[in-house]
Design a binder for this molecule. Structure first.
Ligand SMILES: C[S@@+](CC[C@H](N)C(=O)[O-])C[C@H]1O[C@@H](n2cnc3c(N)ncnc32)[C@H](O)[C@@H]1O
Length: 309
C-alpha cells in the first residue's frame, strides 16, 4: 500500500477514537489501529499514554509510521512481531521509549505497564466496557472474586468501590504486579486476598469453606498449563468452571464469563455457560451480553456475558 494512503488511514483511525473521547483524562490506554477494520490489515497499534506498541502479523516494520509523530501525536514507537515462529519482546523503534515500567490510566485508575514483560504488557484494554459495568454493579461492603486475575485490573476496579476482593492466578509474579497496581491507586493490598494456584483447585476449596461472593469475574485464557502439567482448555473446561463459580456465588449475585477464543461462536459460548449452570443446578435467570469498546471495531471476537442464576 502507498505510504500516503496509510498515513491517511492512520489519521482517520486516530480521529475516530478522538470522536469517541479516546484518549481522555480518565483513559489513556487504547487501541489506535485495529487492523483491517481501520483499513490497515495485519497491523494493530495500542497506545499506552502515547507510547505506541505496534504489532504486525507476517509483515515488515511499517517505516512510514516514523514520519507521523506530529500529526498522530505519539511519544514513542515500539514494535512487536506476531510471527508464529518468532515471539519476541517489543523492540524500541522511535521516540523516547520508556526504560522499564511506566503507568497508564484506564477509567480513572492507574496501572503498571511493562513492554518487556513478555506475555502481555500488564493490561487487557479490550475489556473496558465490562470494567465500566463492573463499577456500576459493585456496592461498598460487597465481596468480589477475580479468577485468572493476571495483574488484578478487575480487582483494583472493584476495590475502588469499597469492595473486598480475592484474586486467583497461577502466577505469583502477576499477583505481585497486581498488588503494585493496588498501591498505585492508594489502596492497601493487605486488605485484599491473593491466591496463587489453579482456579479449578481453589474453587472447590472455597466452596468447602462456605465462602461466597457477590460478584465473580471468570476471564480465562483459551489454553493454559499449570505447574503439574494439568491443561485448561476453554471449550472443554468452561462448563465445569462455571458450575464451580455458581457454587460460591451469593444468591442474587452476578457472574461475568468471558473468552476471546476466536473459534468459538457466540452460540457455542452460550451453550457452554448454560451447561455449567445446569450442572450446578442454578438455571440462568438473566443474561447480559458484553461488548468490545469502540476502539476495537470489526469482528466481535470477545464473547462475554454477565448472568444471574
Ligand atoms: C487471559 S489472562 C486473564 C486476563 C485477566 N482476566 C485480565 O483482565 O487482565 C490469563 C491469566 O490466567 C492465568 N491462568 C492461566 N491458567 C490458570 C489457571 N488454571 N488458574 C488460575 N490462573 C490461570 C495466567 O497466569 C494469566 O495471568
Amino acid at each position: 500500500m502507498l505510504e500516503k494512503s496509510s498515513v491517511a488511514l492512520l489519521l482517520g483511525a486516530v480521529a475516530r477514537r478522538a470522536a469517541h473521547g479516546l484518549p481522555d483524562g480518565e483513559t489513556n490506554a487504547l487501541r489506535v489501529v485495529h487492523g483491517e477494520a481501520d483499513g490497515l490489515a495485519g497491523v494493530a497499534v495500542d497506545s499506552f499514554d502515547g507510547h505506541w506498541l505496534v504489532q504486525t502479523r507476517d509483515q515488515p516494520w511499517p517505516k512510514w509510521l516514523e514520519g507521523t509523530r506530529a500529526e498522530a501525536g505519539w511519544r514513542s514507537l515500539s514494535w512487536k512481531r506476531l510471527d508464529q515462529h518468532d515471539k519476541q519482546s517489543p523492540v524500541p523503534m522511535a521516540g523516547d521509549v520508556p526504560d522499564g515500567v511506566f503507568r497508564v490510566r484506564e477509567l480513572g485508575l492507574e496501572y503498571e505497564i511493562d513492554f518487556g514483560a513478555g506475555y502481555s504488557q500488564g493490561l487487557f484494554i479490550d475489556q473496558r466496557v465490562q470494567k465500566a459495568r463492573l463499577l456500576e454493579r459493585m456496592e461498598p461492603g460487597q465481596r468480589f472474586l477475580n479468577l485468572f486475575a493476571y495483574t488484578c485490573a478487575f480487582s483494583v476496579l472493584a476495590a475502588s468501590r469499597g469492595v473486598v476482593t480475592t484474586s486467583v492466578d497461577l502466577s505469583r509474579p502477576f499477583l505481585e504486579w497486581g498488588k503494585r497496581n493496588f498501591g498505585l491507586n492508594g489502596m492497601d493490598a493487605g486488605a485484599h486476598f491473593f491466591c496463587r494456584g489453579d482456579a479449578g483447585e481453589w474453587l472447590p476449596r472455597f466452596a468447602a469453606k462456605g465462602r461466597s461472593w457477590h460478584g465473580i469475574v471468570l476471564d480465562p485464557p483459551t489454553f493454559s498449563r499449570n505447574a503439574d502439567g494439568g491443561v485448561w482448555r476453554v471449550e472443554r473446561d468452561l462448563p465445569g468452571m462455571v458450575a464451580a463459580c455458581l457454587r460460591v456465588l451469593e444468591p442474587g449475585g452476578w457472574l461475568m464469563v468471558s473468552t476471546n477464543h476466536h473459534a468459538l461462536t457466540p452460540g457455542q459460548f452460550r451453550s457452554l455457560v448454560t451447561r455449567g449452570s445446569a450442572v450446578a443446578g442454578r438455571p440462568v435467570l438473566t443474561w447480559e451480553a458484553g461488548s468490545l469498546p469502540p476502539d476495537f471495531p470489526g469482528i466481535p471476537y470477545l464473547k462475554v456475558a454477565t448472568l444471574t442464576a
